[in-house]
Design a protein around this ligand. Structure first.
Ligand code: DGL
Length: 292
């Protein structure tokens, strides 16, 4: 046993399953975007076993109904729990906004961390009170997001300029991050935010950190290189550390213990996820195609 309180019980599909600090953390996204969060999780929790689930067979979530995203989130969570997950990271803004409530309601004992557009850090970063928010259409329409925006803008008097980046996730999923189509799309979505005076841009989708270079190029082209970019991957990993600590589920470093493992699962061809691991993180974990 590697932690003070190594066992909790959690409901899995109605049954009770034992979890321990040795169990893996399940991380999921509609596709490869959550790898931008996994990067921070690996940096902050280097001893943990990890499973990454890319629901690429059903991506993008951003143009689907809320009900569809809730169903996918519950199905993927059930899969990760069947594969022993001790905690869940919903590494997708769209799924967090649409479905984290349903996931928490079904699995009340499971430590769950989600990711939402970083409006609070944006308020801390902005100097002129104008913040552009790039996210999927579903995220920006979600009640959870709209409430958060309402609250934060009332408290801080910040103006949030919402820009759905329709089609951007599809292009990023194709894997060519330098594609001219991505550059053109970033220009189309970001230029109006800059014209309206935004001095801070929230990357409200976990896919977008992977096109940060392209976003910075747009800012330079508009002579606005000083615009701050907000990505919450690091904060999500810190929250995960806190939850695991509180549940006594941190896997402690132990010379005798097995090396931490990483496994990938996808609902599309492994031909998309395996190269993404390589290209985005320089990793080559086993990747399996699953039907969920
Ligand atoms: N990475 C997801 C997010 O953070 C993308 C959603 C989608 O598939 O449209 O919102």
């Amino acid at each position: 046993m590697t932690s003070a309180r190594p066992h909790i019980t959690s409901a899995v599909g109605g049954a009770l399953a034992k979890t321990s600090a040795e169990a893996p953390i399940g991380v999921f996204d509609s596709g490869v975007g959550g790898l931008s969060v996994l990067r921070h999780i690996r940096a902050q929790l280097p001893n943990e076993h990890l499973m990454y689930f890319a629901d690429s067979g059903h991506a993008p979530y951003g143009d689907k109904t809320e009900q569809f995203v809730v169903e996918r989130a519950l199905a993927v969570t059930a899969f990760l729990l069947e594969h022993g997950a001790k905690a869940l990271v919903v590494a997708c803004n769209t799924a967090t906004v649409a479905a984290i409530k349903a996931v928490r309601a079904r699995y009340p004992d499971l430590p769950v961390v989600g990711v939402e557009p970083g409006l609070k850090p944006a308020v801390a970063a902005t100097r002129n009170g104008k913040v552009g928010v790039l996210a999927t259409a579903r995220t920006l329409k979600g009640e959870k997001f709209l409430q958060l925006r309402e609250q934060i803008s009332a408290a801080s008097k910040t103006e949030f300029l919402l820009q759905p980046a329709v089609g951007l996730v599809d292009l990023i999923e194709l894997g060519d991050l330098e594609a001219p189509a991505i550059g053109a799309m970033l220009e189309r979505y970001i230029a109006p935010l800059l014209d309206q005076g935004a001095d801070t841009l929230v990357l409200g989708c976990t896919h977008y950190p992977f096109v940060k270079a392209g976003i910075e190029r747009v800012l330079r082209d508009h002579a606005r290189a000083e615009v701050a970019l907000i990505d919450t991957g690091d904060a999500v990993a810190r929250q995960l550390v806190r939850l695991l600590e509180a549940a006594g589920l941190l896997r402690a470093p132990d010379g005798a213990a097995a090396e931490p493992t990483l496994r990938g699962y996808t609902t599309a061809d492994i031909g998309a996820l395996a190269p993404a691991f390589d290209k985005l993180l320089g990793l080559h974990p086993p990747v399996e195609k699953v039907k969920v």
